[in-house]
Ligand binder design. Structure first.
Ligand code: GRF
Length: 202
């Protein structure tokens, strides 16, 4: 299976996938990353891809007259690598109709909270501010909402009294990276069906 991974930041989830595939081998894992895309230049996630010798591409919203044209360009850039599965690993843009028309049903996102709680760009901060005693991470298929697609797997993380956002996010990311590696491998190796809100992995 061919994976394209989309990043916007440090790319530690991408790195976890790269390390797992390097350690277990593409055959055994069931997938290989064929390209990494981003919505901005100069991020560590792209540097990690370049260090791994992978093709990269950047689609910046401000380079396009409309959001729809950006969305179509991003879909084109991803499609050029003929992915079986697209993984958003800290990609911080909401894709639109064109992208979902082409990759819906095979576009997976990881979110650092237990959806449906605390969707959006500040899931860790929002859980902390709310006083949640447990939070965690969710790997789900992307649909036309924000963090609302069918849930594939979740991991729970205790919130500690001394936590600030970055400490809690770091602890969530430890669980999230393992969850993403496990889920992507199973989806790639076993195949899956989406039945309404349920995801059935063969
Ligand atoms: C992850 O926790 C992801 O869920 C969130 O941002 C973080 C990205 O981390 N959207 P990284 O770029 O993979 O290190």
């Amino acid at each position: 299976r061919r994976l394209v991974v989309l990043v916007s930041g440090s790319g530690t989830n991408l790195q976890a996938l790269l390390d797992e595939i390097a350690a277990t081998g593409t055959e055994e894992y069931g997938a290989e990353i064929v390209a990494v895309g981003a919505d901005r230049e100069g991020i560590e996630g792209l540097a990690r891809a370049e260090r791994a010798g992978l093709p990269t591409f950047v689609c910046r919203v401000r380079d396009y007259p409309t959001r729809e044209e950006w969305d179509a360009a991003l879909a084109e850039a991803v499609a050029a690598h003929e992915p079986d599965l697209v993984v958003s690993a800290g990609f911080m843009k909401i894709v639109g109709k064109e992208f979902l028309a082409r990759f819906g049903g095979r576009f997976v996102n990881t979110h650092p909270a237990l959806l449906p709680s605390f969707p959006g760009a500040h899931g860790v901060r929002d859980a902390l501010a709310y006083g949640a005693r447990v939070t965690g991470c969710t790997v789900h298929f992307v649909d036309d909402g924000v963090d609302t697609g069918p849930i594939i797997a979740q991991g729970v993380v205790e919130v500690r009294d001394e936590d600030d956002e970055s400490a809690l996010h770091e602890r969530i990311k430890e669980v999230e990276r393992r969850l993403l590696v496990e889920v992507v491998g199973r989806l790639a190796r076993n195949g899956y069906r989406i039945e309404g809100r349920k995801v059935v992995i063969q």
